[in-house]
Design a protein around this ligand. Structure first.
Ligand code: 5RP
Length: 222
């Protein structure tokens, strides 16, 4: 099976976690796009979605799924999103699609995080994928030096030759060379550096369930 087919498989499998009559938390990325397409087949059974990015909002609306502002609604039953890396405890690295801040907000508003990923995303320890960090632009040089002190090399993410601007109007640093042995402590530490909007380690908002697409089918990791 191709990676794209594995993404379709887990996107469809996530429908079993959709609670009829509820508003669904929806993440961002190519795997989530498969979930959104699957969700459209049962759009009459849900109230709508809270979205984690402009891109997902546009896709949801185009398929006729109403999108609510996070402030208009209370706790969500479930949040479905992808990951760039996930370990055996459900800790993740996210933000490859630059949507990490809104993803963490919607995850925090949800009772259950269901991660959908193809098998290539499963790792023993986080850190091989360059860690995305959303930063306030005036702090990026100092934050780069702070990562250097931890042994990491941070580079500003570019789009069309210019710094990528997130949905929140900020920049992304991608940090290579980190070994994240204690995801909870690492997330807490980096998140309190001045100028860091969100670090792409999701340990406080970890996945309770991971639907992993493999050649053998969908594995459910809890
Ligand atoms: C976006 C994310 C995505 O969930 C992550 O990058 C995985 O994306 P894909 O499903 O395209 O591999 O965190 O900010």
């Amino acid at each position: 099976m191709t990676q794209d087919e594995l993404k379709t498989l887990v996107g469809q499998a996530a429908l079993q976690y959709v609670v009829p009559g509820e508003i669904i938390g929806v993440g961002t990325g190519s795997t989530v796009n498969k979930f959104i397409d699957a969700l459209a087949t049962m759009k009459d059974q849900i109230k709508g979605a809270v979205s984690s990015s402009v891109a997902s909002t546009e896709r949801l609306l185009a398929l006729g799924i109403p999108v609510f502002d996070a402030n208009e609604v209370g706790e969500l039953a479930v949040y479905v999103d992808g990951a760039d890396e996930i370990d055996g405890q459900g800790h993740m690295v996210k933000g490859g699609g630059a949507a990490l801040t809104r993803e963490k907000i919607v995850a925090a508003q949800s009772r259950q995080f269901v991660c959908i990923a193809d098998a290539s995303k499963k790792v023993e320890a986080l850190g091989a994928f360059p860690l995305p960090v959303e930063v306030i632009p005036m702090a990026s040089a100092r934050i780069t030096r702070q990562f250097q002190a931890l042994g990491g090399t941070a580079t500003l993410r570019l789009k069309d030759g210019a710094p990528l601007v997130t949905d929140n109007g900020q920049h992304i640093l991608d940090v290579r060379g980190l070994h994240i042995t204690d995801p909870l402590a690492f997330e807490s530490e980096v998140n309190q550096w001045p100028g860091v909007v969100t670090v792409g380690v999701f340990a406080h908002q970890k996945a309770q369930v991971c639907l992993l697409g493999t050649e053998q089918g969908v594995l459910t990791l809890t």
